[in-house]
Design a protein around this ligand. Structure first.
Ligand code: ATP
Length: 468
């Protein structure tokens, strides 16, 4: 088994065993490309979302937040171009009936031969030609009995209305960004924002994806963090703004999320791959066990979206400069990320094996539990009572874990594996001296800390690790 394949297996197994990520609807035999985030996964995801929200919305003076609907007026998706062209090219094997994304089929085929290929932006006809000319077989059954390549729209459709005849078709949103354009007028009318400013939102997005099974990398529903940064192109140099966003994203991933720089890179979209309205698009990619893949998309989208929504809604979405009175349609730069991909990256990048222990070297701010509290012996009521008191007191301010099972060494290892930065043990000395042993996850060093200082100790540790 290759090193990367085994990291992938270890990650998936740890995620399930310790309650980070479970297979979707497992008791019913599973549902492809869907997952449940367990007790630790939901904490980690929430911490990443909070980090995103604090860093990009609350700590900036040029950003505001939004929480728009998952179901928007169906015309939104016509205006945005999703109804007409938000589609993947698929191909079906007539023999075994398996459906594959045509681009993935081709890329995997060449990758196995040790050759690199990029088919982004190729038409259905071009993809068909490549598959036929290279006689690419079905990866499931090995036959070469394909249907033609066809486009399948990724939007999930549903119906609203209680009377069947009155039902009208709507879509679950395929990205959170369109909600921002829809609320643009209300935001400028209800707040005192002036250009340049951005609107950000976090929320669920749905795409009817056929995937290659890279665990939570590509799923039917996922959490997005999207920003539309509006500006006046006659005042701001869009290249400079683009560079400053590149810088912010890089700092967030390497600083706030503590990811190693050598596992990250920028990739610029070619003219073929880039949307026709975008002047520049770059992806921040992370080195997943299955290769460098998109983590965060950054695109300069000009004034395309607001113009489209003006056309389809008939409402004026221009901005009036409060000083000069100049009226125009702002341009936007869009940084768009999947929170689930950030979580996947954070788990993989912090995974370490040291001797016989597995450690998730998560930043304390991201760790699901900030500390674990143990009584040295579970059968000594005076130790259990004091440990319990400390646990319940810390719990008012921090997510902390309780463990009284097995020996201390096993409890340490069990917390290391889920990234808990500190383990606090109440022993017989604690009863006289009012202190506990605090063991550090990364150095494995121990120190005595007064019980009354524990909250400060954790506060400092979390703060210290936030300001890289
Ligand atoms: P990809 O090329 O991987 O399909 P995309 O270019 O379609 O992604 P965008 O529409 O730019 O993605 O979405 C922004 C971000 O949302 C991506 O960078 C990625 O992190 C995340 N994302 C997109 N699709 C999925 C998915 N099916 N599951 C999880 N995250 C996703």
């Amino acid at each position: 088994m290759s090193e990367n394949a085994s990291l992938m297996d270890k990650w998936i197994s740890l995620a399930k065993r310790r309650g980070f990520v479970f297979p979707g609807s497992e008791i019913y035999g599973g549902l492809a490309n869907s997952y449940e985030y367990g007790p630790l996964g939901v904490e980690l995801k929430k911490n990443i979302q909070d980090e995103w929200w604090n860093n990009f919305i609350r700590q900036r003076s040029d950003m505001v937040g939004l929480d728009s609907s998952i179901i928007l007026h169906p015309k939104v998706w016509e205006a945005s171009g999703h109804v007409a062209s938000f589609a993947d090219a698929m191909i079906d094997c007539k023999n075994c009936k398996s459906r594959t994304r045509a681009d993935h089929l081709i890329e995997d085929y060449f990758e196995k031969k040790g050759e690199k290929t990029n088919v982004e932006g190729k038409s259905v006809e071009e993809l068909d030609k490549i598959i036929q000319e290279n006689k690419i077989p079905c990866p499931v059954c090995g036959k070469r009995d394909w249907t033609p390549v066809r486009k399948f729209n990724l939007l999930f459709e549903t119906k609203i209305g209680i009377v069947p005849e009155d039902q009208s078709k709507v879509y679950l949103r395929g990205e959170t960004a369109q909600g921002i354009f829809v609320s643009f007028k209300n935001i400028i009318d209800s707040t005192r924002v002036t250009l340049p400013f951005g609107v950000g939102q976090l929320g669920k997005t749905f795409r009817n994806e056929i995937t290659k099974g890279n665990f939570i990398f590509r799923t039917l529903e996922f959490e997005q963090g999207e920003i539309e940064y509006f500006f006046d192109p006659s005042v701001e140099d869009w290249n400079k703004l683009f560079e400053s966003w590149k810088d912010s994203l890089w700092k967030f991933v390497t600083g706030n999320l503590n990811v190693r720089e050598e596992n990250l890179r920028w990739r610029e979209h070619s003219d073929e791959e880039r949307s026709f309205y975008s002047k520049r698009t770059e992806d921040l990619e992370y080195k997943f066990p299955f290769g460098f893949k998109e983590l965060w998309g950054l695109a300069y989208r000009t004034d395309y979206d607001l113009k489209q929504h003006m056309k389809y809604s008939g409402v004026d979405l221009s901005y009036s400069d409060p000083v000069s009175g100049k009226k125009f349609i702002p341009h936007v730069i869009e940084p768009a990320v999947g929170i689930n991909r950030l979580l996947a990256m954070v788990m993989l990048d912090s995974y370490a094996e040291e001797g016989d222990r597995v450690v998730l070297k998560l930043k304390p701010r991201l760790a699901p539990y900030k500390a674990a509290i143990f009584p040295l012996l579970a059968n000594k009521p005076e130790l259990v009572e004091l440990a319990r008191k400390i646990y319940l007191d810390l719990k008012k301010e921090f997510p902390v874990a309780w463990d009284a099972r097995g020996n201390i060494g096993k409890r340490y290892y069990s917390q290391d594996e889920i990234g808990t930065p500190y383990c606090m043990t109440v022993d017989f000395d604690s009863l006289d001296k009012d202190d506990v042993t605090v063991r550090n996850r990364d150095t494995m060093k121990q120190e005595r800390v007064p019980i009354k200082e524990l909250k400060n100790y954790l506060r400092n540790a979390i703060q210290e690790n936030s300001s890289q």
